[in-house]
Design a protein around this ligand. Sequence first.
Ligand SMILES: [Zn+2]
Length: 193
Amino acid sequence: MQPLIDNARMFGQRPEEFAHLAKGQSPDVLFITCADSRVVPALITGARPGELFELRTAGNVVPPYASATPTGEAATIEYAVQVLGVKHVVVCGHSHCGAVGAVVRHDDLTAVPAVRDWLAHAADEPKCSDPADPTVAEAVQNHVLAQLERLRSYPCIEKRLEAGELQLHGWYYEVHTGVVREHRAESDTFETL
Ligand SMILES: [Zn+2]
């Protein structure tokens, strides 16, 4: 922890770099990814403060939209789309994802009931021909596509898609190489960016 505190102390010594951010934010992109510490959106994309609006959940799960039961995820998505007017939403899964791996391996999650219930409630089991593959690449990629489909059911997203004002992107990030692949609709495959 101490090195992180030291860096945070240093970070605040360049106020002139950040002064313009007081005027507000207008990011183009909502970036939805896993909470995994190996996935660092700003590092991957080179984004500066103000450029990425982020939503991070265990397993980059987008929960089902239900207006009767507000969630932090739905609020974050709605704010990004309706208020900030982001033009792109990226759902970025990653290799070696513990959450997706647990779903396809049917791991016993009794010791982490909140994780178990979150995944049971929000994550359908993705198609996976080899659950023993440590990267769980196939499962994660299918899982990303399922989250994109779920996003389409959010009223605010549906509206902006119909108006042609929003684009959805499916990404797969390899934590062990740094390579990013994106889903290409034409071939229905994930290809290197
Ligand atoms: Zn993960």
